[in-house]
Design a binder for this molecule. Sequence first.
Ligand code: FMN
Length: 328
Amino acid sequence: MKIGPYDLSSPFLLAPMAGITDAPFRRLCRRFGAGMTTSEMTTADIGLWQTAKSRRRLDLDMDATPRVVQIAGSDPEELALAARLCVDRGAQIIDINMGCPAKKVCRQLAGSALLRDPVLVGRILTAVVSAVSVPVTLKMRTGWDEKNRNGVDIARIAEGSGIQALAVHGRTRACRYKGAAEYETIARIKAAVKIPVIANGDISTSEKSLEVLRVSAADALMIGRAARGQPWIFRELNHYLKTGNKIAPLEKNKVRDIMLDHLDDLYRFYGDTTGVRVARKHLTWYCAGLNQAERFRSQVVRVESASEQIHLTRTFFGVDAGDKHMAA
Ligand SMILES: Cc1cc2nc3c(=O)[nH]c(=O)nc-3n(C[C@H](O)[C@H](O)[C@H](O)COP(=O)(O)O)c2cc1C
């Protein structure tokens, strides 16, 4: 799939997830074959960009291509300015968030709340597209609520505004994360536009990925929650797509080394104190479902030093990791 000049190496892309898809996690997913990764959403209010959180979110890995920055807001001019500044900082694609149902975002009529106002959607998209020379993409849901599944209208507005690809989470804003993702609506959106469409929602296995590609006819898929604690999912999906067979599970010592590399990158990116805190949730995801996971989790969420966290991880994953994890 191509977005503007960027030919993606794989149709399996990492979905943006605030608090998760920071630069270290994006690097890891790309290493395992994600065709594209996107930054965590950053506010379009540039007055807030001096906070440590925003600065980190805008810290791009200059080795990666394409570098995609997602922005959220509701004011066309504010978003246009934010997009320009992101491009100045090295963004190669600007993604606009109209998919997030978070209250904080929606109260400002940003994120998926914007789907209620198609005229404003058009103004925002046109303003951003004309502000930058790089491709602009849109991440959206299938509509506002079950009675207002206006995803097709929004997709047409997006295409008419010059948006170069659409990622569609197969739920309405009202559904939040409940119920099953509806891929038929994504198929209707795909049929209504010529720009590439990326399907998203509940894709967690190789079999499901092929099924969603088939049902939605999408050009690519975005994987969110299923990548937590198993960034190697992209390697599995790519292999299954190419061969129709499951790839051999990663060896136990490889999994441990991936996690240790991840910890190292987190400490480097955040500094030791914050890095140790951010690492806790990743370690919890990595160990989910394993023997003795609860014991490890309760120990690892208490440690405050990087060396102790590494020691616990090395011990747990070196000695106690069960086969279940490796067969993920
Ligand atoms: C913790 C979390 C944070 C998220 N943050 C963002 C975000 O910053 N921007 C965005 O467009 N979507 C965000 N999403 C939505 C995901 O990108 C994705 O659309 C959703 O999780 C459905 O995909 P999945 O079933 O593969 O997880 C977030 C989801 C989660 C679980």
